[in-house]
Design a protein around this ligand. Structure first.
Ligand code: ZN
Length: 414
């Protein structure tokens, strides 16, 4: 909530079905949120165990089906215990490097699933293990996967780090080797956000092509997408993976972070992917929990200290704010004219703000909201003039509620 703003209730309900034709997915999308692993790796972010547990609770309540967690530090272990005690519907998974000691650590925290991360691109091999051959690297991963799945009965996802810059011949061998070793799912990691969403973009960074080639040329049963946002394409790339997996895989895991928080430019936003799945593909299982998206955003903002831009899609305070004359006029007649869906759907609020762009319709409506009556044309003109004068002096921000009330008082309306 923005202090001093007046919430505006819709006068005409939007009919989403009327305006948006839906496509059908022949794959089950499963949100595998990594806010509490990749998200909290964002510089300057540290979340307490108690708040970590509450974020996990909120993620569970918005339909996240798998939550990825760190488990190395004492604070991480404390948070895991709190989360396990909540008996969430969501599965929880520990993030590991391809090291048996990491698997041992995950076992100590009673995880039944782990994600094992290992690079698949030669850029990473050269940077990290110049002296090792491809075979030696493969052996390292295979040994760890077997140790986790065969020796300890853990469910195993393997994350192909930097998949979008990998040599396909090696990546294919890697996927088949980990599948043979017991991995259930292969995660395509677009680690530096260079993936492309178009259906015919070639390997290594054409994401739909990679999904099709994985299905055709490897034995892995499950697939996952993890897209970073360095070029602003993370959500689109995530959706392109889902579309490509449709009809090929039974389910696709979608690794995202709430608000897109994460390393550098962050990840695909959980809330954006959820809304796209709901609006464009009619994914019903997410419908009943959409109303908690704004609450989840606000708590994550509080717990992490991350600033949410006011115009952040879906969950920003001004994601449904209207100020210009044309927009305000349209929204007052029919909110659907300038909104894709009603803010209440995601727990957000419609706001009519008064500022530089405000016209008579918006200002008149605001006066009516405050006074409970309409004013005559001359009085309205006086208020409009007063507002204009404030902005002629170089003011940028919208007026706070109390400032607008003061104008009404100054012109003798209250
Ligand atoms: Zn990542």
């Amino acid at each position: 909530m923005i202090k001093g703003d007046t919430d505006v209730k819709p006068e005409i309900d939007n009919d989403l079905g009327l305006y948006l034709p839906k496509s059908t997915l022949k794959v089950e999308p499963i949100i595998d949120d990594t806010t509490l692993r990749d998200g909290v790796q964002m510089p300057g972010v540290a979340v307490s165990p108690k708040n970590t547990a509450h974020i996990a609770h909120l993620l569970d309540s918005i339909g996240v089906e798998r939550i990825e967690l760190h488990h190395y530090q004492r604070q991480d272990k404390k948070a895991i215990k709190l989360i396990q005690d909540m008996s969430l519907n969501a599965r929880i998974a520990g993030w590991c490097r391809a090291l048996k000691s990491d698997i041992d650590d995950a076992l100590k925290s009673d995880f039944s699933e782990v994600g094992i991360s290992h690079p698949v691109s030669h850029i990473h091999f050269k940077t990290k293990w110049q002296e090792k051959t491809e075979d030696e690297l493969l052996e390292r991963v295979v040994d760890t996967v077997e140790y986790a799945s065969r020796d300890h009965g853990l469910g195993v996802f393997v994350h192909g780090e930097d998949s979008t810059r990998a040599d396909w011949k090696f990546e294919r061998m890697f996927i088949n080797a980990v599948a043979d070793a017991g991995a259930e799912v292969y995660r395509i990691c677009d680690t530096v956000g260079v993936g492309l969403s178009s259906s015919n973009a070639p390997l290594p960074n054409g994401i739909p092509t990679k999904i099709r080639r994985i299905k055709k040329e490897t034995k892995i049963r499950g697939i996952e997408i993890h897209a970073h946002d360095d070029l602003g394409n993370a959500v689109e790339n995530t959706l392109s993976a889902i579309k490509a997996a449709s009809g090929l895989f039974q389910r696709i895991y979608i690794s995202t972070t709430f608000l897109g928080i994460g390393e550098r430019a962050g990840n695909a936003e959980t809330e954006k992917v959820i809304m796209n799945l709901y609006l464009h593909y009619g994914v019903k299982k997410l419908e009943s929990t959409l109303g908690k998206l704004k609450e989840t955003a606000d708590f994550i903002k509080y717990a992490t200290g991350v600033t949410i831009p006011q115009n952040k899609a879906i969950v920003g305070d001004y994601a449904f704010a209207h100020e210009s004359g044309i927009h305000t006029h349209g929204v007052l007649k029919n909110p659907a004219s300038y909104e894709p869906f009603p803010p209440e759907l995601v727990g957000n609020t419609r706001r009519l703000t008064i500022g530089k762009q405000s016209g008579k319709a918006g200002i008149g409506y605001k006066i009516k909201l405050i006074l409970g009556r309409t004013v005559d044309r001359c009085q309205l003109d006086t208020v409009v003039q007063k507002v204009r004068e404030i902005y002629e002096d170089g003011r940028k921000a919208s007026l706070r509620e109390e400032e607008f009330r003061k104008i009404l008082q100054d012109v003798g309306l209250t």
